[in-house]
Design a binder for this molecule. Structure first.
Ligand SMILES: [Zn+2]
Length: 114
């Protein structure tokens, strides 16, 4: 099995786990709606944490799906912004990296609103 194929299998498994987790978060949220007002107030704090976990889980699913699409398209390891190589060292450290280090820095600065 090639390294990329191995990564692909690993990502598919992760995706499965993340979707199961998401399903569980959403079920918990659905149950909270059935409870009475007092209980709901107590759950409010929890549900904010759940919203965070849900957002993080969704972001992870999104990222893994993007990486899988790039593997399938034969574009894995190519920077999404400049089309140059992401770099072997960088991919070893973070197999989900979509950008080369230069583009990543520019992107992060943009995300931070600078
Ligand atoms: Zn780049």
């Amino acid at each position: 099995m090639s390294d990329t194929e191995q990564l692909r299998q690993q990502l598919l498994q992760q995706l499965d786990e993340l979707r199961t987790r998401l399903e569980r978060i959403r079920q918990t949220k659905g149950q909270a709606l059935d409870k009475d007002a007092e209980e709901q107030a107590l759950e409010l704090e929890n549900s904010e944490v759940e919203d965070d976990i849900e957002a993080v889980t969704l972001a992870e699913i999104d990222q893994i799906e993007r990486v899988l699409a790039r593997i399938d398209g034969g574009e894995y390891g190519i920077c999404v912004d400049c089309g140059g190589p992401v770099g072997d060292e960088r991919l070893k450290a973070n197999p989900l990296a979509l950008r080369c280090i230069e583009c990543e820095e520019i992107w992060e600065r943009k995300q931070a609103g600078l």
